[in-house]
Each structure stands twice: as structure tokens, then as C-alpha cells.
Design a protein around this ligand. Structure first.
Ligand code: ADP
Ligand code: ASP
Ligand code: MG
Length: 413
């Protein structure tokens, strides 16, 4: 039985007309697959509206109740879409995560999928040609509804594709593939035919919201080919796939940015063993995700530690740091929210030197100051002032010739 998983994002299901377009895609897919599992997001803006409601009702919304609330956005989408499919005579039904179930841990707001009952899904597929599954949501072992983090419907889709051995997981969105950078801020961005899982993972974790990070982790782990494409065109989109040797010919394949950043500095603390553990231990215990970390060279036995976090974590982080600072002898806790990250990514970086220098030189030429630097094997990330981030994206895109007529990565025949 050939099963295809298709996921449609919030803009694709926002109105009746758009859902009718989605129905065309699903009906078209039934010509070359036996069964379709459709994963839907909430209609555009709905999740934000529900989160705003929670904040109006409560000063500190209970995380489990918040998940129950925001998961309703996807429930509305699947109910409406299943009706449309039935109207045209298809054997279809909606499924909430708990009805399958898609079991997760109980980390509300950011739950991880532990198990999917694929036997139950296969038995539903014996009765129906199309299953319409609510993305973004899961079900903890005690039956409570969880959500997988913002953008998590991508992860629902790839996890379902892995569980069902789907031939491919198609992610339909409002752009026709993965571009060399966000096409909405750089008009010369070019669509890639293919991108390696590793590169996509770095792009997603460095802020490119085209795919949820965990969806790429799943795809890489279970070798699920993922195709990102548009609901509104017939373009074949971008295949996210295994790396091959031709991909290394291009040493920077994309530029990502992330404005959701804040920087915290602990000033003038004693440079003695245990200080870093004392700073980052309590943050980790509260689930705060620290990203870049820089510790200065010791001067007169003292140092500074600077780190970045997502902006929404600033308040709890500062509260923790106010407690930690006096205990470890730091004289001041400083913070800055007007910062953003820009990253150049490419598997080819492994074999090419000089990428970092070209990156620094390009920003220097435009007078953009670099506040922090971090690197990995296939990525270089710079923290800069937020007001320069779009300019920096365009400069780096140009510096690495991403809009030029360079050989792209055609799919092998
Ligand atoms: P959906 O609601 O369909 O999940 P998202 O808004 O989550 O859609 O993701 C699509 C958006 O991702 C695009 O509109 C685009 O602005 C943004 N984006 C960021 N980086 C890239 C990139 N490298 N290629 C394509 N789109 C990107
Ligand atoms: N509706 C959720 C969100 O807006 C999940 C998703 O769209 O993937 O984050
Ligand atoms: Mg998304």
C-alpha cells in the first residue's frame, strides 16, 4: 500500500477557497498514491489569537491548560477539511492526536513524540482513503493534550511519515521551496532543488522557520525524504535529503537569521572552577535554552560571561541571574534585547577555509559591528544589532554568490 503524507500550513487552510486548493492537491495525489494522510495546522493567526486569550485570562497561564486551548486551532481545521473531502464523495475522516494516539512526554508547550500507534492508523486506512490528522498536538501518557512547540505540525507530519513508511512527506506552505535565504526579506533569494538534512537542520535551528527543527531531526533519523512545496503552484519544490558529494561543491548554501534573541552578561565574576556550572545549572533546571556562550579571558582573576537566549526567556533568566550573581560574586547583570543572529550555512564549509574571514570582512565593509561569534563544522553565526539583520542577510547572500548563476543542486535523474 503506497501511503503519502501531506502537511498544509496555516496560510494554506486560512479560508474556504484555500482549503478547496488543498482538496485539489489531495485529490491529485490519490492518482499516484493509494492512501493519503493529511496533516493540518491551525488557520493562519489562530494559534496566536488563542495564546493572546490565555494571556488575557491569566497572568501566568497554566501550561497544560494552555496546550488544551491552543490545540483547538488544529481541531477546527481538520473538522472543516474532512467535511470538504466528504462533500466530494471521498472516504475520509478527521483524527485528533489522542484518537490515534500520538503519545508524547508531558513537557507541555514543547512536548516530544515518544510513540505513534501505526497499527491503529493502518486499520483506519483500511476503512478510509484519506485521514485528516491534527498537527501540532500530542497526548501525554495520562491522556492530557500536549503541543509540540510553535511550527510543530511539520514534526507531526514527518513523524507520521516515518511511522507509516510513507514514500515521501510533502510539506505544503506559502513559498515554493527552501530558498537560499528567506525570500520575504531578500528578493534575490533562489530556490534550491535539494538541501542536505544537516544543512536544513542548521538553517532551521538558526531561525529559518520554513521547517520545524524537530521535523528535520525525525526526517534525518528515519531517512524520510521531505519535499517542501507550495499549495498555490505546481513547482516540484525542494527535496530535503541525504547529503552527497556534489553538495560539497557549494560551500555556503544558505543564510538564516533569528530576531528572537536576547543577550545577558554577568560582569566581573571570579575566574574559578564551578562558576559556569553555577550560572547555567539553574537555567537548565528551568528549561531555558541557552544558545551562544562567551567567557572573556581572565583579567586580575576576574572574567565576564555572556550568553544568548530566546527573547521570551529573558524575564525568568534575569530573575534567576539576580539570585545567582551575588552567590558567585558577579558585580552586575546586564541585558540587551536589540540583538539578532545571522548565520551562513553549508556542508561545503568543512573543506573550504576562509568562510569566516569573508563573513567578517563583508559586515565590516558595511560598518556592522559583530557582538558575538559561534561556529560549527558547517555553520558560522554572528550576533549583531537587530536593526542591521536584514541588511546583513542581503550582504552575506551576495558575498557568497547565492543569487548568482552558480550550479544549483539538480535532483539526480
Ligand atoms: P506554514 O504556516 O506553512 O508552516 P511558515 O510561516 O511556518 O509556514 O514557514 C514559511 C515561511 O518561512 C515563508 O513564508 C518564509 O518567510 C519563511 N522562511 C524563512 N527562511 C526561509 C527559507 N530559507 N526558504 C523559504 N522560506 C523561508
Ligand atoms: N499552529 C501551530 C503554530 O502556529 C503549529 C503549526 O502551525 O505548525 O505554531
Ligand atoms: Mg511552519
Amino acid at each position: 500500500m503506497k501511503i503519502l503524507v501531506q502537511k498544509f500550513g496555516g496560510t494554506s487552510v486560512a479560508t474556504l477557497e484555500r482549503m478547496q486548493k488543498v482538496r485539489e492537491k489531495v485529490c491529485g495525489a490519490l492518482n499516484h498514491a493509494d492512501k493519503i494522510v493529511v496533516v493540518l495546522s491551525a488557520r493562519d493567526g489562530e494559534t496566536n489569537a488563542l495564546l493572546r486569550l490565555a494571556e488575557q485570562w491569566s497572568a501566568s497561564p497554566d501550561k497544560a491548560e494552555c496546550d488544551l486551548l491552543v490545540s483547538t486551532g488544529e481541531q477546527v481545521s481538520i473538522g472543516l477539511f474532512a467535511m470538504l473531502l466528504k462533500d466530494c464523495g471521498l472516504r475520509a475522516r478527521s483524527l485528533l492526536a489522542g484518537q490515534i494516539p500520538i503519545t508524547t512526554d508531558d513537557d507541555f508547550g514543547c512536548a516530544r513524540i515518544l510513540d505513534i500507534n501505526s497499527a491503529a492508523l493502518l486499520s483506519f486506512l483500511n476503512q478510509y482513503d484519506v485521514l485528516v490528522v491534527a498537527g501540532f498536538q500530542g497526548c501525554a501518557k495520562d491522556g492530557r493534550i500536549t503541543t509540540l512547540g510553535r511550527g510543530g505540525s511539520d514534526t507531526s507530519a514527518v513523524a507520521l511519515a516515518a511511522a507509516l513508511g510513507s514514500v515521501e512527506c510533502e510539506i505544503y506552505t506559502d513559498v515554493d521551496g527552501v530558498y537560499t535565504t528567506d525570500p520575504n526579506i531578500c528578493s534575490t533569494a533562489r530556490k534550491m532543488d535539494r538541501i542536505a538534512y544537516n544543512e536544513m537542520l542548521e538553517m532551521a535551528s538558526m531561525g529559518a522557520k520554513i521547517l520545524h527543527i524537530r521535523s528535520v531531526e525525525f526526517a534525518q533519523k528515519y531517512k524520510v525524504p521531505v519535499r517542501v512545496r507550495s499549495t498555490f503552484t505546481d513547482d516540484p519544490g525542494t527535496l530535503v535529503t541525504q547529503e552527497d558529494s556534489t553538495m560539497e561543491a557549494v560551500f555556503v548554501s544558505g543564510i538564516a537569521y533569528d530576531k528572537d534573541q536576547a543577550r545577558v552578561t554577568l560582569h566581573h565574576l571570579p575566574d574559578v572552577p564551578g562558576v559556569a556550572a553555577a550560572v547555567f545549572g539553574p537555567l537548565s533546571a528551568k528549561g531555558v535554552l541557552v544558545d551562544m556562550i562567551v567567557q572573556n579571558t581572565s583579567l586580575d582573576g576576574h572574567t565576564d560571561i555572556t550568553f544568548t537566549i530566546p527573547r521570551k526567556e529573558l524575564k525568568p533568566t534575569l530573575a534567576i541571574m539576580q539570585e545567582v550573581a551575588p552567590k558567585i560574586g558577579a558585580t552586575e547583570v546586564l541585558h540587551d534585547v536589540n540583538v539578532a543572529k545571522v548565520s551562513a550555512i553549508g556542508v561545503g564549509m568543512r573543506n573550504h577555509s576562509g568562510v569566516a574571514v569573508r563573513t567578517f570582512a563583508a559586515l565590516t565593509k558595511e560598518g556592522i559591528n559583530i557582538l558575538m561569534i559561534s561556529t560549527s563544522e558547517i555553520k558560522i553565526t554572528l550576533l549583531i544589532r537587530e536593526k542591521y539583520v536584514e541588511l546583513a542577510v542581503r550582504i552575506l547572500h551576495d558575498t557568497f554568490g547565492l543569487d548568482a548563476d552558480r550550479p544549483n543542486r539538480p535532483c539526480p535523474a
